[in-house]
Design a protein around this ligand. Sequence first.
Ligand code: NAP
Length: 318
Amino acid sequence: MSGGEKRSTAVAIIGSGPAGLTAALYAARANLQPLVIGGVPAGGQLMLTTDVENYPGFPEGIQGPELVTRMRQQAARFGAMFVDAEVRGVDFAHRPFRLDLGLSGSVEAKTVIVATGANARWLNLPSEQRLRGHGVSACATCDGFFFKGKVVACVGGGDSAMEEATFLTKFATKVLLIHRRPEFRASRIMLDRARANRKVEFITDTEIVDVLGDGTVTGLTVRHLPTGVTRQIAPVDGLFLAIGHDPATSVFQGHLDLDERGYLRTRETTRTNIPGVFAAGDAYDHRYRQAVTAAGLGCMAAIDAERYLAEAPEHGVA
Ligand code: NAP
């Protein structure tokens, strides 16, 4: 563990998306003065989202970063403390648990809530990154609604791509399903469902080389891989990435039970294999991946941590 400021807390929360901040709100209201280690940049995937229209309580919708700011203010109002640093290493073998924050010091904690989230995979094209939140999205559930009567493209060949393409046909007039191979990773049933949908047009053996448009997406440049021929497709008003997610859990490898894709495994509700360490949000949940479900899991983890401390007060520091 490195030098720097040493802090101690009853509840350390790693991550500051909706899961971490809701855990902070509940733990703070339980008088546990949680310490949120927010990550760099703080705020999670909502910070990359523009309009959020499916978070209850905001009938007019709310911008993702503003929702994060409000959640943070709400947790701070009840005494949650924040350090926007990365966790570089953990020691869950001894009590109190220890978190290494590199140059930002270290934390001793009686309980830890891991809410580090997941990151959508991107193609990493400069034009795609420039148009993120302006027609390029990694969440059809969140953003599909904005494409009523439009043409959209969805990239990927797994279950997510099939699910998202099928979902997008509720809004779009046409969905171009672009996949880099002729075979699909998707399950038969999901693939057949997408194929049976007349609004879905399959474009295989093809990669996206550029997303066209200045302020918003207007089209795509694609390359047919067997021939190398490139062409433009327009109009295309939106591009949805469905090429998978990666949980932000590498620092917990060898310390917590992870599944084969790196998602945290839990036992009973939010409990991990280490008593006193709890999991919440997209680092654990790869099925729903919504701000509201992450917030719900954050609430559950905080209540579980509070009960754990009440039942086992002898654990950890004073
Ligand atoms: P996935 O199964 O890993 O599929 C990712 C797809 O994206 C693959 O087809 C892959 O192509 C493609 N891809 C990856 N990187 C790419 C790149 N840089 N450029 C172009 N294409 C790229 O991911 P997923 O579809 O998100 O599914 C993840 C897991 O969740 C799976 O186990 C899935 O069954 C499950 N899931 C289930 C449901 C459901 O049952 N309702 C819904 C969604 C997801 P290649 O095939 O060429 O590698």
